[in-house]
Design a protein around this ligand. Structure first.
Ligand code: BTX
Length: 324
């Protein structure tokens, strides 16, 4: 309850731009007492907001901390359902299990779990995802597409395209996709996507798409081994970005592509994906379990699998790691 009032209060303060809003107006619009207002203002101050209180005039927002809390995100959302329901925690082990629990409780399509920090962020196949506080976007999106299980990898490709398009528009950086789930700038990773799902053969129950993006990270927050392979939008652009604004843009692209996918299938996504992909026409090595196969990446099959031209003919590769 208190949290909702604080969210509304931030919105009210934001509406004033540089101006003041009186205690009386806050109390009327939020239907709470002057004492309650004072209590919430102090709690916002504890969260890092700087709010000036001027006698006989009211309150004014002087500084907003950099947070991805719902009240910061909502002004940047232009979607019907993606990102409209948000759960937010400052610090979590990983947003993935929390989103799974929420999905099992019945979370609606488009629900988004956000955190400022993950202390045990997950990559694929038991790998870790480094998620230092306030430096990136760490979020899990719940989708409920009516598709068979074997089409679910298409969603990873769809999400890669949506994030690439949103980040290119917002930052002007040359972001490219490495199959199946990495986004790179000049060969260094800025984003990873982890698709987890529950379902039966002929029907997906729900999908949790974990999205990790290095936004304002500096190299100093990464362990040595990451410095060689990772980068952030801020390092590449030489300036910082508003994370809520980026999330809003990503939700918008995601919803547009997802709607297109549900109505027209995978073909339009496939064309876009091939435009942004790094590996088309290149020789790559694909590792599948104990084996590795060398070949030229030709593009995507209609179902989203990678087509690899080898000495023995074209092979269809499903999820695995590749080396360029
Ligand atoms: P992946 O298995 O493709 O990539 C993991 C590998 O990437 C690691 O082994 C490491 O080498 C490298 N790596 C780790 N952290 C970073 C980083 N911050 N930037 C660049 N490279 C890194 C990719 O898995 C899928 C990642 C999904 C992350 C999201 S965040 C929200 C959600 N919650 C959660 O726990 N995971 C997902």
């Amino acid at each position: 309850m208190g949290k909702r009032i604080r969210e509304q209060m931030v919105r009210l303060l934001l509406e004033q731009k540089e101006g003041y809003v009186s205690g009386e107006e806050i109390s009327q619009r939020l239907d709470c007492s002057r004492t309650a207002i004072w209590k919430h203002i102090n709690e916002l101050r504890n969260e890092g907001y700087q709010i000036e209180a001027k006698p006989k005039t009211g309150y004014r927002l002087v500084y907003r901390p950099d947070r991805v809390a719902p009240e910061e995100l909502i002004p940047h959302l232009d979607t019907k359902y993606i990102g409209r329901k948000v759960r937010y925690q400052r610090s979590v082990a990983s947003t993935q299990p929390l989103a799974h629990e929420w999905a099992k409780e019945g979370a609606v399509e488009g629900s988004l779990f956000l955190a400022e920090e993950q202390v045990a962020g997950r990559g694929r196949m038991g790998r870790m995802w480094h998620s230092p506080t306030h430096s990136g976007i760490w979020m899990s999106l719940i989708l409920r597409p009516q598709i068979p299980l074997n089409q679910a990898p298409q969603l990873t490709l769809l999400t890669s395209v949506a994030i690439t398009r949103a980040l290119r528009k917002q930052t002007g950086l040359n972001i490219r996709i490495k199959w199946p789930n990495d986004l790179l700038i000049d060969g260094k990773k800025i984003c990873g996507i982890l698709t987890e799902l529950r379902g039966e053969q002929d029907q997906v129950h729900y999908v949790v798409q974990g999205i990790g993006i290095n936004v304002n990270a500096t190299e100093s927050v990464w362990p040595e081994e990451l410095k060689l392979i990772a980068t952030s939008l801020a390092i590449e652009a030489g300036k910082t970005f508003s994370r809520p604004e980026l999330i809003g843009a990503i939700c918008g692209e995601l919803e547009a592509l997802y709607e297109g996918y549900l109505n027209h299938g995978f073909a339009p996504i496939r064309i876009l994906w091939e435009q942004y992909a790094t590996i088309i026409g290149q020789e790559i090595t694909v590792r599948t379990g104990l084996h590795s196969v060398k070949g030229i990446a030709k593009g995507l099959a209609e179902n989203g699998a990678l087509l690899l031209e080898t000495n023995t003919g074209v092979q269809t590769i499903y999820s695995s790691d590749i080396e360029v």
